[in-house]
Structure formats: structure tokens, C-alpha cells
Write a protein that binds this ligand. Structure first.
Ligand code: AMP
Ligand code: ZN
Length: 483
């Protein structure tokens, strides 16, 4: 497969260090709040990468950290620890906050069919690892102590900036917010490996270290956890584009200085999900969550489809209208699959070869997921038997994870039970929205009409109208929308 490598600034053939085990590292969430759907865009696309590698036959070991200490309110070393900020906001302890939002994160992942990585490691669980690395960096002159903290000395590196073909706007995301001069730093880009002195006395989590009681910087946790579980030769490191600088740049600096050689071969960065008013951000406090999408009646997998419809290296703009469109596409796709008839017919191997080639051409070309979705329609249109089509849809769904066959089966059962209860009556909303309460009322009106109880039917229509629901009878059912 070909993958764009942010470190070499080009699309490259993916060649793992050892084809028997691809080693993949993902920066995990900072668990001081719910993940927003922008964060989850990154995790969806990274999930597709992992699943596609498995699909083409590579065993994969994927490791993710959970940031429960050290990530300050700016992505540079300034401000308050985000975890402490979350704990204060909710009048809870840092560890309570970490547990609650870690569980919430994996709940969201489950709803979006994002596979849990093989190893999930909270940063607070690997303090010895960071101390070991920092000790060596000090011994070898890559780090220095100043004002009580330990800093990495970026002037010791031949090359510090690795990802600098990204546009400055994106690179500066982390450092722009609330930058303050740290006079302990010898060079502007030096960063903290271990804090002992900080502006805030009430840092909740502290550990003993050779440099005094304190806590690790954010960047060292990913180097420590990755080196611990994946060793010194990493195949792929992933994250959202805002992580490229300074976080990943600093990870490379400290990891390679520690191990003394090249560390990671491929860097995959997912561009941001933006709203029409700009970047979605947890720190701004206003953001969209999976639960909110569900409350509004959207299937979380319609959001997954929305993400898959665009390329991970392009910024994606979220709007309700765009999500409505994705929801409509998802429902129509499921309806088409539900119309296929499962059978024991033999699988048409020629069709499988031809259609798989299309799918691989799409995903193998730097994860072109939108062409991967088109490949689903190619299957539906292809001149072959339904058993082959269902087999292929299931096969592609190992990567896309849209629950295609499961949802189609549910749709088939729903249609059958509607038939059993007196004929098919289809209720659709113009926006693709599903609302069980509205649908139940519309069905009740239909039953009343069938029983010639027109007064009751009219009353239900009036009730719906009062709730802002407009109803139009269509052949074989009814269509509704909110006015
Ligand atoms: P955080 O929880 O802030 O540490 O971020 C978790 C992941 O989400 C990281 O990989 C970030 O780079 C990524 N991320 C943050 N904001 C966005 C966004 N608006 N769109 C896509 N990914 C994002
Ligand atoms: Zn990281």
C-alpha cells in the first residue's frame, strides 16, 4: 500500500520493518473532557489504517497512551495541567476525571466501531520509563536542568523541524494560545521533560525523581510508552495534524537522542474537522460529541460514513446539513443492501477478484476511503449473484466498519414485522432524521385511517403539527419534516 509520510513529505510504499508484525503508535486522548467529533475523526481514520493493514495480511500491534498528566493548556509548556483544570471544573479528583472520560472515550469508540488498540496505557502508569529516558538524556548532554525543571536542549540536534511542509497555521495551533516566555529555556524550542517547579502549586499528581518531586512533560509520555511496548523501531506513528508540532517533533527529538538512531518510519497526520466557524476545540468548551449526535437522532455510524466520504489529508467542514446528507446516504445504502437476498449460491470468484481490485486500488492509495465507499456501489451494480455481493460487502466492511450486513438484516426484519402487522407503510423524514416517537404517532394515524377513524387520524395530524412536524402522504407511506 502507499501512504503519505509527513516526515518525507511524499506518498511512499509502505514497507514494514518486519512484515510479521507492524508496529503502530497512536497519540491517545487527553481525558479531561469528552472527546469531540473532531478528535474522533482522527481516531476513525487511524482505525481504517489499522484495519486496512490487517485486511492486506499484516498482523498489527497498536499502542495508545491515555494522557492523564502533563498536558498543559497550551501544547507548549505553558499554563495549567488540563487534567487539573477538568478536576476543578467538576469538583472531582484528577483520577476520577481520568477514569470517567477514559470510559466515555471508549464508549464513543465502540459506537463508532473504532477498534480498541492492543495496548492502552495511561501516562501515569509509566513514570519509571520516563525517568530512565530523562536520566540518559541528561547523561549524554541532550538535556539540562534549569529553575528546577529538566529541559530538552534542541540546539544539540542537527535537524529539529521534521514536518515543516505543513502550513504554519496548523503547526502553530498548539503554541499560539497563551504563550509566555520561559526564561529557564536556553533555546526557544526547548521543552520540559520533567517539571518540579511550576506556577501552580496545586498540581495533583506528583512523583519522586532524581530531580525532585514533580511530574513528566506531555511529550515524554508518548516516547516512553511507545519505546516500552513497541521497541526502538516503530513503523507508523499517527495523530491529528495539531500534534505534528510541537508534540511529535519533540517526540522524535527525545526518542532518537535516547536510542541513538532513527526511530519511526511513517508519520500519518489527520487533518482537522472544522465547523463553519472554525476549529473544533475542547478548550473552548463548545464542541460536538457523539452523545449529542445520538440525542439528535443520528446514528453514530452515519458520522463515520461522513468521515469516510472525504480524504483524511483534507480539512473537513462539519455542518448539520452535511451530516443529514451522510445520514440519508447511509440509510439508502442499507436499504439497497437489505434488498439483496441471502442464499447458498456459489461465490463468483471472477467478480470477487475484479471488485476487490477496485477496493484495494482505493484504500491502497493513501487510504482513499471515499473511493472505498464508491467500491460498495460498484458491488451493488455489478452483474453477479446476491450471495457474492453480500460476501464482498461484508469483506470491505472489515475495513470500513459501517455494520452494513447487520443493519441490512435489521432493516429486513423491520420490514417483515411491518408486513406482519398489516402491510408495508414506510415512514421517512426529509432530513434522514429518525425519531421513534414521531414515527409511532405517524403509524398510529395510519392505523386510525385504515380503521376509518378519520377524526382520530386528523387529531394525530394536528398534534404533530403543533409539535412542528409537517406530514405529507406519499405512495406506500408518509414523509415528515420539521418546520
Ligand atoms: P487531545 O485529546 O486534545 O489530546 O486530542 C486527541 C486527538 O485528536 C489528537 O490526535 C489530536 O491531534 C486530534 N484532534 C484534535 N482536534 C482535532 C480536530 N478538530 N479534528 C481532528 N482531529 C483533532
Ligand atoms: Zn503523543
Amino acid at each position: 500500500m502507499y501512504l503519505y509520510n509527513s516526515a518525507s513529505h511524499k506518498k511512499e510504499e509502505f514497507i514494514p520493518n518486519d512484515p510479521k508484525l507492524v508496529k503502530m503508535y497512536t497519540c491517545g486522548p487527553t481525558v479531561y473532557h469528552f472527546a469531540h467529533i473532531g478528535n474522533l475523526r482522527s481516531y476513525i481514520m487511524e482505525d481504517v489504517l489499522e484495519k486496512y493493514l490487517r485486511y492486506i495480511g499484516y498482523p498489527v500491534k497498536r499502542v495508545m497512551n491515555i494522557t492523564d498528566v502533563g498536558h498543559l493548556t497550551s501544547d507548549a509548556d505553558e499554563g495549567e495541567d488540563k487534567m487539573l483544570k477538568g478536576a476543578k471544573r467538576e469538583h472531582k479528583s484528577v483520577m476520577e476525571i481520568a477514569k470517567f472520560y477514559t470510559d466515555a472515550f471508549f464508549d464513543d469508540c465502540r459506537k463508532l466501531n473504532i477498534k480498541r488498540p492492543d495496548v492502552v496505557q495511561p501516562a501515569t502508569g509509566c513514570i519509571d520509563e520516563y525517568i530512565k529516558i530523562i536520566t540518559k538524556l541528561l547523561d549524554t548532554g541532550y538535556a539540562y536542568q534549569a529553575g528546577g525543571n529538566v529541559y530538552f536542549d534542541t540546539s544539540k540536534l542537527e535537524k529539529y523541524y521534521i514536518f515543516n511542509d505543513h502550513n504554519e497555521e496548523d503547526l502553530a495551533v498548539g503554541v499560539r494560545e497563551g504563550v509566555e516566555e520561559d526564561t529557564n529555556k536556553r533555546n526557544k524550542n526547548d521543552f520540559v521533560l520533567w517539571f518540579t517547579k511550576s506556577k501552580f502549586e496545586d498540581q495533583a499528581l506528583k512523583w519522586d525523581s532524581p530531580w525532585g518531586v514533580g511530574y513528566p512533560g506531555w511529550h515524554i509520555e508518548c516516547s516512553g510508552i511507545s519505546l516500552k511496548y513497541l521497541g526502538e523501531d516503530l513503523d507508523i506513528h499517527c495523530g491529528g495534524i495539531d500534534n505534528a508540532f510541537p508534540h511529535h517533533t519533540n517526540e522524535i527529538a527525545q526518542s532518537e537522542s535516547y536510542i541513538g538512531h532513527h526511530w519511526c518510519n511513517y508519520w500519518m497526520h489527520v487533518m482537522h474537522l472544522n465547523t463553519t466557524s472554525g476549529k473544533m476545540s475542547k478548550s473552548k468548551g463548545e464542541f460536538l460529541t457523539v452523545s449529542l449526535l445520538e440525542q439528535k437522532g443520528y446514528d453514530p455510524l452515519a458520522y463515520r460514513l461522513f468521515c469516510l466520504q472525504s480524504h483524511y489529508r483534507k480539512n473537513l467542514v462539519f455542518s448539520w446539513e452535511n451530516l443529514d446528507n451522510a445520514m440519508g446516504t447511509y440509510q439508502k445504502l442499507i436499504a439497497k443492501i437489505a434488498a439483496l437476498k441471502p442464499s447458498d449460491e456459489p461465490i463468483d470468484e471472477d467478480a470477487v477478484t475484479a471488485l476487490r481490485e477496485k477496493f484495494n486500488k482505493a484504500l491502497g492509495n493513501d487510504l482513499n476511503t471515499s473511493l472505498g465507499i464508491t467500491a460498495l456501489y460498484d458491488v451493488l451494480k455489478y452483474q453477479t449473484n446476491d450471495a457474492t455481493k453480500l460476501y464482498l460487502l461484508d469483506d470491505f466492511d472489515k475495513v470500513l466498519s459501517l455494520d452494513l450486513l447487520k443493519k441490512a438484516e435489521e432493516a429486513r426484519k423491520k420490514a417483515a414485522s411491518a408486513k406482519g402487522s398489516g402491510g408495508e407503510y414506510n415512514i421517512v423524514s426529509e432530513s434522514g432524521e429518525q425519531d421513534a416517537a414521531v414515527e409511532a404517532k405517524i403509524r398510529a394515524r395510519y392505523e386510525a385511517k385504515k380503521a376509518k377513524n378519520f377524526a382520530e387520524a386528523d387529531q394525530i395530524r394536528d398534534e404533530l403539527k403543533a409539535e412542528g412536524i409537517e406530514l405529507t402522504d406519499i405512495p406506500g407511506g408518509a414523509k415528515w419534516n420539521r418546520v
